[in-house]
Design a protein around this ligand. Structure first.
Ligand SMILES: O=C(O)CCC(=O)C(=O)O
Ligand SMILES: [Fe+2]
Length: 332
C-alpha cells in the first residue's frame, strides 16, 4: 500500500458545480470529518500561496524582563493576506459561546466565555491516522480514499483509542489551520511542534480574555505557545505574577496588529499573566481572531480544551448578511 501522510488523508472533494462564474474566493476543497459540525474549506490559492512565505519572517526577541522569553513577529503575515485569512476563518470555522459552571465560595456559578471559541487537535498520547486498508484494490477506488476519515489511535500501539478515553470527540486540525501550523513551526525554527489549535473570535471591543497564564500541567514544563492576531488591533497586556517583592509592576503592553505573532516560551507561562482587556474606540466594533498553537502532552489536555472551547452548546457560524455570528442550529 502506498505510504500516505496524515495531511494528505483528509477528504478533498470539489464543491457542487454552479452556473456562477468561478471567482478567486471560491473554496476549492473541504476537510470532512465526522467530528466536525460541517465540512471546513481548505485555503484557496489566493491565501495559501502568499502564506508560504511567512516561513522566512524574522522575529524580534524580547527577554528584557525577569523570566520573559518572547518572539515577536511584527508582522508575520503581510496585511492583504492577513485580511483575507481573517475573513476566510471567520466565515468557515464553527464557533461556540461556551458556558460552564464553577464553584465560587461554595456556590455553583455560571461562567459565560466573553468571546467565541473553537478548538482542534489531540494530545500527544493519541494521533490521527488514516484507517488501515485490507488490500491494494481499495486504493484503486479513489472514492474510498477520499471518503474514509482519519481516526484517533494510541500513539505508542497504533491501536484505535477507546471511545471512552475522552469526554468529547477530538477533532483533527483542518487543512486550512494545519497549513498555517506547518509554516509557523518553520518560521519559529526552534524545534517547537504543536498538536492543538485554539481559535478565539472577539466580535467587538466588548469581548475579552482576563489575566491568566497558560501554565496547565498538561502542557508540560516551559510550554511554547504561538499566538497569531488577525483583524482589529487589540492591546495584549502582560504582567509578572506576584512575587515576594510585590506585584505592583507596570504591565508590558503590545498593540497587536493584524498579521502579528507572539510566541511565549521558556519560563514565561510559569511567571507571567496575559490578557486582552475590553476596549472602546474606533476599532472597538471590528472583529478580531486570535489563533494559538500549543502542544498538550497528556490526555487531560484534550478534555480540558474541548470542555472550555467547544462545550455542549449550539454551533455558531458567521452570517455575512447579518454581519455577525449566528447560531446555526443542531448540536456541536
Ligand atoms: O487573544 C489573544 O491574543 C490571547 C488569547 C489567549 O491568551 C488564550 O487564548 O489563552
Ligand atoms: Fe492565553
Amino acid at each position: 500500500m502506498a505510504k500516505r501522510t496524515i495531511d494528505s488523508f483528509y477528504k478533498r472533494v470539489s464543491p457542487p458545480q454552479s452556473k456562477k462564474p468561478k471567482t478567486e474566493e471560491t473554496p476549492l476543497s473541504f476537510t470532512h470529518h465526522p467530528s466536525y459540525p460541517h465540512p471546513i474549506a481548505a485555503l484557496p490559492p489566493s491565501i495559501a500561496n502568499p502564506l508560504a512565505s511567512i516561513r522566512d519572517a524574522q522575529p524580534k526577541t524580547i527577554a528584557n524582563q525577569p523570566h520573559l522569553d518572547l518572539l515577536y513577529f511584527h508582522p508575520l503575515i503581510p496585511s492583504p493576506t492577513a485580511r483575507d485569512l481573517f475573513q476566510f476563518l471567520r466565515r468557515e470555522l464553527p464557533f461556540y459561546r461556551v458556558q460552564y459552571t464553577i464553584r465560587r465560595g461554595g456556590q455553583p456559578t455560571q461562567i459565560n466565555n466573553p468571546r467565541f471559541t473553537t478548538v482542534f487537535g489531540i494530545d500527544a498520547t493519541s494521533q490521527f491516522i488514516p484507517p488501515t486498508r485490507p488490500d491494494a484494490t481499495a486504493i484503486a477506488d479513489t472514492d474510498a480514499i477520499t471518503t474514509a476519515p482519519s481516526i484517533p489511535v494510541d500513539t505508542k500501539t497504533h491501536n484505535p483509542i477507546s471511545p471512552t478515553k475522552y469526554q468529547y470527540t477530538p477533532r483533527p486540525i483542518p487543512e486550512c489551520l494545519d497549513t498555517l501550523r506547518h509554516h509557523i513551526e518553520a518560521a519559529i525554527g526552534d524545534g517547537s511542534t504543536y498538536n492543538f489549535c485554539l481559535v478565539n473570535y472577539y466580535a467587538s471591543g466588548n469581548d475579552s480574555i482576563s489575566y491568566h497564564s497558560d501554565d496547565e500541567r498538561f502542557l508540560g514544563a516551559n510550554p511554547s505557545i504561538a499566538s497569531i492576531s488577525l483583524g482589529a488591533q487589540r492591546d495584549f497586556l502582560m504582567r509578572h505574577k506576584p512575587t515576594q517583592a510585590g506585584s505592583n509592576q507596570q504591565p508590558v503592553k503590545f498593540g497587536l496588529a493584524s498579521g502579528d505573532m507572539v510566541v511565549m516560551r521558556g519560563e514565561t507561562q510559569a511567571n507571567w499573566l496575559h490578557s486582552i482587556p475590553k476596549r472602546k474606540g474606533s476599532e472597538a466594533q471590528m472583529g478580531r481572531i486570535n489563533i494559538t498553537f500549543r502542544k498538550a502532552v497528556v490526555s487531560g489536555g484534550t478534555d480540558n480544551y474541548y470542555t472550555y472551547n467547544v462545550g455542549k452548546g449550539p454551533v455558531c457560524r458567521w452570517d455575512e448578511r447579518e454581519g455577525k455570528m449566528c447560531q446555526s442550529g443542531g448540536g456541536t
